[in-house]
Design a protein. Structure first.
Ligand code: HEM
Length: 660
């Protein structure tokens, strides 16, 4: 060969020539594979074949130069083919090629070097045309004009290949898991779908006809059904107490809430009790349970009476001398908001008469969350917060958070200033509100709650406590207006309790003296449950009583509405019959047959609060007014976050003469 040992052949420290060759060839083979897989849309098949040849030959010539010019057979062949080019170019250059110092260099290595240069140059030109992505990335990385360009291209493409390979593996894994899940779900019956693509999407709309369609399904399917939201999202809907028990009875860690249905509330409610999970939830649930002890709730009776009185004064003014009807939803939701603001923050104001920014923000937030659920493109944060709704949502969240934070900080400041003992002394004989209870709460290690945690819990109470109770109460009034015989029976009961009293005010002890009124409220919560659906996503397989398994990861909807209308549980479910809740009739029923407040470890913490508030409002209302249905206005149900109506519940309220 005639090449001097060592000329242009400095070996790298770590790898021998064969190692380098293998790495280069392997890298290039990978690169070629990338090309064959059409990573870059600019690459065609013939181009990729060319690239492959180019890469192999470049590797070989690299080896040749590293190993001091001992070219292998294929390289010699390539060199010979390159010789023609060399000769042609030499013939164009008179005097041949001179080395440094004017000596003529041996022709073969010169040819090979030139061949390599031509190959690399050709490759550069080709790749500039063919691989715009890598070219752009090289440019960005500043490697475009360096000696490592070729290797950078290889590295980048390898990284891309690796990334795509991982994606492919993940995708295949997902498909496999989906296939297995579908097989496991085959044992569950499904109502007829629209088609394979939409599944049951849009079949059970959140309106009156959607609820009636649900009732039709209940006529033939009584336990658990499978529905598809589109082609890939299966949901199991449970509507029988025996099937709900394993799910709601499971620990909060096995059946946590799912993000699909609750996630939109998070920016507003933070990690409060409704949305938190795991240890945080258990710790807070333990800390907050005493806040709903009857010792704490008892003093709130004054607030319940006071807020109901404010509402009644307004009603009297509005209906004076005329036969107008009032929208119960509107009036009662202002009343429940007023009650909660007084119980949570001790905040006195005339909100029922004049709307405040804080109250309007809460009403707006509830409406915006519902609207977001029905607009699929608003599900993505980066789109939603660029829309008018998203901006209003953020603004309303800020208003609510600002209000809550200010109250907490002010209260903490006073507590620090006065010291715990003096502060507690000053509170003696006064009503402790929820913020006080949360500020005083300590866990087993004596740790208190942070301001952020207290804010989340207070916002959660305001959200969970106002809409649900106002929906519950509005439907109770609707049912009592529709069935005057039950209304009259309740009134007699209340008049009996209030007999010989000067003050029309209900005490905590009076609540147990209203058994029939309580039965009417319970039957109303059965027929019109404020929360119609509860969702969970199991972290483990859950076994149903018939041996079928709810696969881990599936979103389960516990249909409170479906259970309350299940004909195998409630005969004549569509009939409003308060005697179902006669203590003599409840024994043979499963405790999960009736669950407006959910059940199990994550049931409603505010159940006693809500029942007390509703009983006070119903008792005082029936004592002062006669309710009747406005027949000119149709009541059509609308299940949103809570069970509303399309156009309110309009009732006629006729003031009764004052008691003798
Ligand atoms: C008629 C009135 C009410 C009804 C029908 C009701 C219903 C419910 C239901 C069904 C749940 C379970 C939600 C789920 O698992 O996804 C729940 C949870 C909750 N409710 Fe109520 N609720 C009412 C009133 C209240 C009130 C007045 C408060 C507070 C002042 C309250 C605070 C809560 C909280 C904090 C949770 C979350 C509990 C947890 O996950 O540990 N609720 N409520």
């Amino acid at each position: 060969m005639g090449t001097k040992q060592g000329q242009g052949g400095r070996k790298p420290d770590g790898l021998g020539p064969l190692g380098v060759l293998s790495v280069c060839v392997l890298a290039r083979l990978f690169l070629c594979l990338c090309v064959f897989l059409s990573i870059s849309p600019a690459v065609t098949l013939s181009n990729s074949v060319f690239l492959f040849r180019l890469h192999v030959s470049a590797s070989l010539s690299l080896l040749f130069s590293i190993s001091g010019g001992r070219a292998s057979v294929p390289t010699q062949r390539l060199a010979r083919s390159g010789e023609c080019q060399g000769r042609a170019s030499r013939s164009r250059r008179p005097g041949g090629v001179k080395g440094p110092g004017g000596q003529t260099e041996p022709s073969e290595p010169r040819l090979l070097l030139r061949l390599r240069r031509i190959q690399i140059e050709g490759q550069r030109q080709r790749s500039a045309e063919m691989l715009p992505i890598t070219e752009h990335m090289l440019h960005l990385l500043g490697l475009e004009k360096t000696a490592f360009r070729l290797y950078a291209v290889t590295g980048l493409l390898l990284a891309l290949l690796f990334f795509l390979f991982r994606l492919l593996v993940q995708f295949l894994g997902l498909c496999w898991r989906f296939y297995i899940t579908c097989r496991r779900l085959r044992c569950f019956p499904q109502p007829p779908r629209r088609n394979w693509l939409l599944g049951h999407l849009g079949m059970y709309l959140p309106n009156e006809s959607g609820l009636q369609d649900e009732n039709k399904v209940l006529e033939s399917m009584h336990y658990v059904i499978l529905v598809w939201l589109g082609p890939v999202l299966p949901l199991l809907v449970l509507m029988h107490p025996d099937y709900i028990k394993p799910l709601l009875g499971a620990s909060a860690a096995v059946a946590p809430k799912d993000e699909l249905f609750y996630g939109f509330l998070r920016p507003w409610l933070g990690d409060g009790l409704l949305l938190s999970k795991g240890d945080k939830w258990s710790r807070h649930r333990r800390l907050l349970t005493p806040a709903f002890h009857f010792d704490i709730l008892k003093p709130y009776m004054k607030i319940f009476n006071q807020c109901t009185n404010i509402m009644h004064a307004k009603w009297r003014r509005l209906v004076e001398g005329s036969d107008v009807s009032l929208d119960m939803f509107e009036h009662i939701s202002l009343m429940t908001l007023d009650t909660l603001q007084k119980c949570v923050f001790s905040y006195n104001s005339d909100y029922q008469e004049k709307m405040s920014d804080y109250i309007s923000a809460i009403i707006e937030l509830s409406a915006l969350v519902v609207r977001r659920q029905y607009r699929l493109h608003h599900h993505l944060d980066f789109i939603y917060y660029r829309t008018a709704d998203g901006r209003r949502f953020r603004q309303a969240c800020d208003t609510v958070h600002h209000f809550t934070t200010e109250v907490i900080q002010e209260r903490r400041r006073v507590l620090r200033q006065q010291g715990m003992e003096a502060w507690l002394k000053a509170k003696q004989g006064k009503t402790l509100d929820f913020i006080d209870v949360l500020l005083l709460a300590r866990d087993e290690d004596g740790k208190e709650m942070s301001d952020e945690d207290i804010r989340a819990e207070a916002d959660t109470f305001m959200f969970e406590g106002h809409d649900t109770t106002s929906s519950g109460l509005s439907w109770v009034f609707f049912n009592l207006a529709k069935y005057p015989e039950y209304q009259e029976k309740c009134r007699e009961e209340i008049q009996e309790v209030m007999k010989n009293r000067e003050l029309e005010e209900l005490e905590w002890e009076d609540l147990t003296q209203l058994p029939f009124t309580t039965m009417c409220i319970k039957e109303s919560l059965r027929k019109f449950p404020p929360v119609t659906m509860i969702s969970r996503q199991c972290t483990e397989d859950v076994k149903l009583p018939d041996g079928r398994i709810i696969p881990k990861g599936i979103i389960c909807l516990v249909s409170v509405y479906g259970t309350h209308y299940n004909p195998t549980v409630w005969p004549d479910a569509k009939v409003y019959n308060p005697y179902r809740f006669d203590p003599d009739n409840t024994e043979q029923r499963s405790p999960l047959a009736y669950m407006p407040f959910s059940a199990g470890p994550r049931n409603c913490i505010g159940q006693s609060f809500a029942m007390a508030e509703m009983r006070v409002a119903v008792a005082l209302t029936l004592l002062r007014f006669r309710l009747s249905v406005d027949r000119t206005r149709k009541v059509r149900r609308k299940p949103e976050l809570i069970l509303r109506t399309e156009d309110g519940i309009w009732l006629k309220v006729e003031p009764l003469p004052p008691r003798a």
